[in-house]
Ligand binder design. Structure first.
Ligand code: NAD
Ligand code: TDX
Length: 339
């Protein structure tokens, strides 16, 4: 099988590429990535010399490039991770989210229509369902929950999902969609909560908590997400959406305190800052369908996953220190300077 993985130089895509290259030496894995600020060739370093791996630099919204790649490579499967993925950036600069997340998805689907494909898989998010109230712990997102987005990021992801389903119905493109909750683990870009808190705590810098830190996220270890996608592209039913999550709900404050305690730092580092506009209160996935139909269950508990993640950041300082010493400084100042 020949699989194009878009966005494979990013956090989840990178973990997925590592998994696929090592688990299926008989398959060919091609990573297509534009190497935006979030893409990092160092993430792909462990697979660069593998005979079943190839890297192509390019933008999924570049029709000519994508069509050329499909014509040359004749892929069997596309797994689309490529996206602008940070909610805060979508609030300050939404335009690129529309281009990559919606138009880019459209170009990939057009290429599938033109050249044929065995499976197009769209990596989506639980954020397309909006949020749940804190005082209703009995409620969870199912695949039937209506789309109801809050940020330009989530709106762009929901738009892409609708496009994917439309291409399935109108042009019979064999698609699947997965909607996963918050991931954490190795290679997570340090603008997102967990790696940002780890990096700041290690540098004894303030730990910015939005609002009161009461918002709840449903954390999943990245490897469990990758294993779920692998199952869906091999055994999932065409035209279906699968929610992925592990019932690991935590408030942001709980997460921040866990990291502080694991690193032996002081809670005095916590700094409550102005809330994110439109901040979603709670995400919580009901993963019953993927468990029932494909037998998927998460393997890593939060308590173990967070320890492994912290250890990874301690062992790979070079990876994240080179990120936070560059352009990231300007981003950080803009996001947190006057907050
Ligand atoms: P990320 O920001 O770490 O990585 C995105 C990757 O896509 C980068 O390598 C970047 O260079 C690449 N990219 C961006 N624009 C591109 C373009 N136009 N063409 C080609 N490549 C481009 O993102 P992530 O956290 O790994 O998320 C991956 C996917 O999973 C996204 O679609 C995201 O919506 C989804 N998702 C993420 C989470 C999460 O918790 N991080 C949860 C659920 C779903
Ligand atoms: O400095 C911070 N302080 C803070 O309190 C940051 C960066 C975040 N937060 C809060 C906001 C959220 O409630 O922590 C929570 C997690 O924030 P992010 O890491 O930015 O993730 P989130 O907004 O939940 O979105 C993530 O999960 C769904 C991914 O970035 C998305 O790509 C994915 O679709």
């Amino acid at each position: 099988m020949k699989i194009i993985v878009t966005g494979g130089a990013g956090f989840i895509g990178g973990n997925f590429v590592h998994l696929m290259v090592n688990k299926y030496p008989e398959d060919q894995i091609i990573c297509l990535d534009a190497l935006t600020y979030a893409g990092n060739m160092e993430t792909l370093e462990p697979v660069m010399n593998k005979p079943n791996f190839k890297f192509v630099k390019g933008d999924i919204a570049d029709r000519e490039l994508v069509f050329h790649l499909f014509k040359e490579e004749k892929p069997d499967v596309i797994v689309n991770f490529a996206a602008e993925s940070h909610v805060d950036r979508s609030i300050t600069d939404p335009g690129i989210f529309l281009k990559t997340n919606i138009l880019g998805t459209g170009v990939l689907l057009d290429a599938c229509k033109e050249f044929g494909i065995q499976r197009y898989h769209q990596v989506s998010t639980d954020e397309v369902y909006g949020d749940l109230p804190l005082d209703r712990p009995d409620l969870f997102f199912t695949e039937e929950t209506p789309l109801h987005t809050s940020s330009p990021y989530s709106a762009s992801k929901a738009s892409a999902d609708l496009l994917v389903l439309a291409y399935h119905r109108t042009f019979q493109i064999p698609v699947t969609i997965s909607r996963c909750s918050n991931n954490y683990g190795p290679y997570h870009f340090p603008e997102k909560l967990i790696p940002l808190i780890i990096a700041n705590a290690l540098n004894d810098k303030p730990l910015p908590v939005y609002g009161k830190g009461e918002n709840v996220r449903d954390w999943l270890y990245v490897e469990d997400h990758c294993l779920a996608i692998d199952l869906i592209i091999r055994k999932g039913k065409v035209g279906e959406v699968y929610n992925i999550g592990g019932h690991n709900e935590k408030t942001n404050l709980e997460v921040v305190k866990t990291v502080i305690h694991e690193l032996g730092k002081s809670e005095d580092l916590i700094e409550y800052v102005t809330d994110r506009p439109g901040h979603d209160m709670r995400y919580a996935i009901d993963p019953a369908k993927i468990h029932r139909e494909l037998g998927w269950l998460p393997e890593t508990k939060f308590e173990d996953g967070i320890k492994k993640t912290i250890q990874w950041y301690l062992d790979h300082k070079h990876w994240w220190e080179s990120i936070i010493s560059g352009e990231y400084q300007n981003y950080y100042e803009k996001q947190y300077g006057n907050r």
